[in-house]
Design a protein around this ligand. Structure first.
Ligand SMILES: Nc1ncnc2c1ncn2[C@@H]1O[C@H](COP(=O)(O)OP(=O)(O)O)[C@@H](O)[C@H]1O
Ligand SMILES: N[C@@H](CCC(=O)OP(=O)(O)O)C(=O)O
Length: 361
């Protein structure tokens, strides 16, 4: 039986769409589009997050020697994105399908109005049977404004649209239990929501044209799965990989989902800024991070509060050494919290429903 995912986000990495010489691999694109059309014909909704603009740009423009790295990337992506989307449009047209370009920046997920505009647009596109094709707006996303990579962007899109699954296509069959090049290395087939042991196997290497590397891919996958969205990492170069993930015959690493999280938890998982930090003691840290338990933060475990906050504000949680633990919404102000610091029998400062912990700390 096929996996019952109705709404899918498919992320295709640069290296899947790029040949060894750095130019776009149009045959591969055609194969992947054919697979996506197959998924659509099964009645599924597909949102595509596609890298490849820089590679496409390389096929159009030769950079001058000693060109500035940031400007070169902007130039290649600006020119290449047109070619990338034209190729997708040409491949979808014979199937009677339209693709839509959606270019986003990190800022668009922070600004609530931008976020809602974007969400509404996606919903309209899906309703009209159009395939949104998302990429980072590389022209204005430079250095610290950039997403870590398109895996982060795909995770945000999957959470925003409450997708059933995120399929990340890279140039490896999944996460290996060691160097993928080592003879005998095996793909880890399943990772449970609270299992963080996989991190020890990941090497700092990344594919030739990739940006973030496997470690960021995995921490995004883990976070998204903990919000209740299935994540599969698989090889985009393997024939029929998308239908085979869905009929469970493909090799892939499957991050099993937790129970679906509320909209607030999804937002907290990806929120970036908090004004104040609440430091907790070792006992509270252990209780919060204990697998499978829904624990709220009580004042008895709080040792220090840095900064000011009001009821409903976003606060950062950290342990006594300052190591970040997660983010939550305060149930009361920092003034009240300071009065109750270390006291037993007080109301939670951060309720479990409004708390998102990073398990990879
Ligand atoms: N344990 C591991 N299992 C699989 N791949 C790994 C592992 N450790 C490091 N990698 C590297 O991660 C790369 C994929 O990540 P990345 O370069 O970011 O790809 P993409 O461009 O698809 O986002 C692989 O090509 C591989 O070299
Ligand atoms: N936005 C860039 C891709 C950046 C990126 O994150 O690539 P990847 O590491 O392959 O997901 C492009 O279109 O070339």
């Amino acid at each position: 039986m096929a996996l019952p995912y109705r709404r899918l986000v498919v992320k295709i990495g640069s290296n899947v769409l790029t040949q060894a010489n750095g130019l776009p691999d149009e045959d591969r694109m055609a194969q992947l589009v054919a697979q996506i059309v197959g998924l659509k014909n099964q009645g599924r909704e597909v949102i595509l997050v596609s890298s490849g603009a820089v590679a496409a740009g390389r096929s159009l423009i030769t950079l001058p020697p000693k060109a500035d790295a940031v400007r070169s990337r902007q130039l290649l992506a600006a020119v290449g994105q047109v070619k990338l989307l034209s190729l997708y449009a040409a491949l979808l047209a014979p199937h009677g399908l339209l693709g839509a370009q959606v270019l986003v920046t990190k800022e668009d997920f922070r600004d609530r109005q931008h976020y809602l505009n974007m969400k509404n647009c996606f919903q309209e596109l899906l309703q009209q049977n159009v395939i949104p094709i998302v990429n980072e707006n590389d022209v204005i996303s430079v250095t610290e404004l950039m997403f870590t990579d398109n895996d982060e962007l795909a995770g945000l899109v999957a959470s925003m649209l409450n997708a059933d699954a995120l399929l990340i296509l890279s140039n490896v069959d999944g996460i290996f239990d060691g160097d993928p090049a080592r003879p005998g290395a095996q793909v880890i087939r399943q990772i449970a929501p609270h299992d963080t042991g996989f991190a020890e196997f990941i090497l700092a290497t990344r594919s030739q044209f990739g940006r973030g590397g496997m470690l960021t891919k995995c921490s995004i996958a883990h976070k998204v799965a903990r919000l209740g969205i299935s994540v599969h990492i698989a090889n985009g170069k393997t024939p029929n990989i998308l239908p085979n993930i869905l009929n469970e015959s493909a090799i892939s690493t499957w991050f099993q989902p937790s129970k679906k999280a509320s909209g607030t938890k999804k937002w907290l998982a990806h929120a970036q800024t908090a004004q104040a930090t609440v430091h907790v003691n070792a006992g509270a840290r252990a209780a919060l991070l204990a697998a499978g338990q829904a624990t709220s933060l009580l004042p008895v475990g709080v040792v220090k509060i840095e900064g000011e906050f009001q009821k409903g504000d976003l606060v950062r949680l950290a342990d006594e050494t300052g190591q970040p633990l997660g983010l939550g919404l305060a149930e009361y102000s920092s003034d009240k919290a300071r009065e109750r610091l270390g006291q037993h029998g007080q109301r939670p400062l951060v309720h479990y429903d409004y708390l998102f912990l990073n398990l990879d700390t």
